[in-house]
Design a protein around this ligand. Structure first.
Ligand code: BDR
Ligand code: CA
Length: 355
């Protein structure tokens, strides 16, 4: 009897110790807030984050972009519910960009933004806070610990910055999906998330915090092909089956446009937060064009981190500017210029499989 008691006490001790180890493992994940306009590739990104032990998703804030703010909130709540993660606060944010009207993308993402897949009603409730306030609150409560992962237009992040600029040094880092240094996908110059709110993007880019830009250069190299789709089709689970359907919609769509697969734009930003070694980055000074007739929303990258200093001088034959030196610019962005696509796609498929 006494020895049985000792065994059972020992078993209890082991169980407690194990649960401490498990909860510490969860707590060891990087604390992240995802700001999203869900969105087919947003769905893939969110599910990747939720199934990655390296990340501890502390909140999801919704921004208008691919779909309206209202549709996006509905999509986010349904996805969190599907993943059984009602513990994660999901908050509505801005209802429109700072300066312009929204540009929604049902054309690419399906009528409801989620490839026309009807998910069951959400068991999760919306968090009553305004998205930018939730960001401010969480950053202040967890100084130097929160990584922001914006994968839509940057409206909510800019509003948070405007309301409380003191969060800048308290944020651990910001990894965005957005921008391009080699031409756009919305226009010849602008990538969709930046084009969706250029004024907000310029505020976020110039804030002075550690910012990584996973833009079109890396998204376009990371194609989810039919081969990966077939692999996901061999395993099952609520999340697996949902992502399979989303990916099938995207793979079929890319085939119509003559491409071998669908760019994994938003998931690449999450992948960077999980394992930064998948990316090659170059530090550059980047500004967002807000005025150009053909270039509004372009992320203009200065590769040399300097500008010529032009000084107006008077000469007998007229006034002109003369280059009199170079003004150094501080790099404000780590621009992702290359990605280990294979490693990333493997990471994605193995983490979604069977979930
Ligand atoms: C970005 O635009 C949106 O359509 C996608 O969700 C992604 O965030 C790609 O340019
Ligand atoms: Ca997005």
């Amino acid at each position: 009897m006494r020895s049985w008691k000792r065994v059972s006490r020992l078993a209890g001790f082991v169980a407690v110790a194990l649960s401490v180890v498990v909860s510490n493992a969860a707590a060891a994940g990087k604390k992240v807030i995802i700001d999203t306009d869900p969105g087919t590739d947003d769905a893939m990104a969110i599910m990747l984050a939720l199934n990655s032990p390296e990340l501890d998703v502390r909140g999801i804030t919704v921004v208008p972009g691919n779909v309206t703010a209202r549709q996006g909130l509905d999509n986010a709540l349904k996805m969190i519910s599907l993943a059984n993660r009602c513990d994660i606060p999901v908050a509505a944010g801005a209802q429109h960009p700072i300066f312009q009207k929204s540009v929604t993308a049902e054309y690419w993402h399906g009528k409801n933004g989620l490839a026309n897949i009807e998910l069951p009603p959400s068991k999760c409730k919306v968090d009553p806070r305004f998205g930018p306030d939730l960001i401010i609150e969480m950053v202040r409560a967890n100084p130097h610990e929160i990584t922001l992962l914006p994968i839509g237009p940057l409206t909510n992040i800019a509003l948070a910055l405007q309301k409380d600029p003191s969060i800048v040094p308290l944020v651990k880092e910001v990894i965005i999906m957005g921008g391009s240094i080699s031409g756009g996908n919305s226009t010849g110059a602008a990538e969709a998330n930046i084009f969706g709110d250029p004024e907000a993007a310029q505020i976020v880019f110039q804030a002075g915090w550690p910012l990584t830009m996973a833009g079109l250069e890396v998204g376009d190299k990371t194609l989810f092909s039919k081969a990966y789709l077939d692999r996901l089709g061999q395993t099952h689970g609520p999340v697996n089956d949902f992502i399979y359907k989303v990916a099938k919609f995207l793979v079929d769509q890319s085939a119509q446009f003559g491409s071998d697969g669908s760019p994994m734009y938003d998931p690449t930003a999450i992948g960077t937060a999980i394992d930064a070694t998948i990316m090659t980055t170059v530090a550059m000074h980047v500004d967002v064009e807000t005025r150009g007739e053909f270039t509004r929303g372009e992320t203009v990258a200065n590769r040399h981190n300097m500008n010529e200093r032009n000084v107006l001088r008077h000469f007998d034959d007229g006034d002109r500017y003369v280059i009199e030196g170079l003004d150094k610019l501080n790099p404000n962005v780590k621009v992702c210029t290359d990605i280990d696509s294979k490693k990333f796609l493997e990471m994605f498929v193995t983490r979604i499989a069977g979930k």
